[in-house]
Design a protein around this ligand. Sequence first.
Ligand code: ZN
Length: 424
Amino acid sequence: MVSDMIRLHPLTEADHECPHCRVRLSVEGWHIPGMRCLADLRCASCRREFYGDLAAGQALYTPMLLEKATGAVYDPHGVEWFAEWLRQSYARRSEAPVPFDVREHLPVTRRVVLLNCLDTLYGHSLLKLLNAQSYLDWRTDVDLIVIVPAFLAWMVPDGVAQVWTLGLPLRRGTEWNEWLAREIRRRIEAFQSVSLSHALSHPRPDDYRIERFTRVEPFPLDEWEARLKRPTVTFIWRDDRPWSAPFGDMPHTRRERLKLLIRRPSDSTDMQHRHVSVLAEALRQDWPALDFAVAGLSETGSGEGLPAWVEDLRRPSTDDEGERRWCERYAASHVVVGVHGSNMLLPSGHAGAVVELIGPERWGNFTQDILFHEANDCRETLFRYRFLPDSTPPLALAQLVSLLLRGRESFRHLMNVSTRTAAT
Ligand SMILES: [Zn+2]
């Protein structure tokens, strides 16, 4: 399967209509002042000038127009968050230089495809980058150039001709930067022919392999049983979206054994500590050799709020090496557990199985944060990727994780799941 692209330079493919005259706008060129890839447009009838989204990223689905003179945004799809990013970024245009590092890995001899991974949301940036592999594997007639924010540079796969790394933090991810636009233009115009990647927001799971990006092989599913000698489970922590379900009912004996952990929490962080601790302890009752860790971004001090035997891999911030070490931990995990969000992308991409807690306000984002691997039998996929209400109490969750650990082999047997794995 091939991700597609549109022409960018010297000709630009764009199809927008004047919101006043309802005639097709003429395409005068292109403008890339950051995450937004735009066509420079003019109405032959009313002579108004516009910028219109090119078909990349979210704009592939919900393209918008911005009138240059007024800054008014025309949003026929009614996607307010995406319209607001455009409106605000244009109103606050910047001229400030941005750290811009160019790495030329391979000579550029063919048509260039530009993959712009800039965004203000971590998950959006990462998902855009996953589009790279299909060009590398399937398009031998193009050279790929990727634009990435610095935090993602470590994940750029081998085979990319040039990597343009921008020192633009996520919070400035929507920035409209004219200095940057000039830098990108200067470099793009040096090439004869450049296309723009669609940068699909959600590339198909069989169009990428996560290890090409992280250089970490995911959990070897054929070793699931052998590795039960030391069942490995990792909870994916984030401070800002805690698991704070009510405790719910539990059998009396368990309540007695876990009672020290079950008291009124002081806040949502405390509540999440209690939940994760009960989950870990309950699992250890079933699996004495359990290896349980907590990973993710957190301001909490190391080990704080967790049983001493639980490995605490949380850090207040991370870097390339830290990200890689987390990926190694996910890849060693039979199961990762966590609350819905982009925090689940790399864990799901590497772990054997996923249990995700998802609240009703996120039902519309179902599976957007999951990187499936070896998902070639829908029954097996449903077995390994579980979604529970975020109101699920920790003992019920422990019961499910235990079942996943213990039951995968018999499930596969019963369902006659083929032992064939996805093509390598
Ligand atoms: Zn017009």
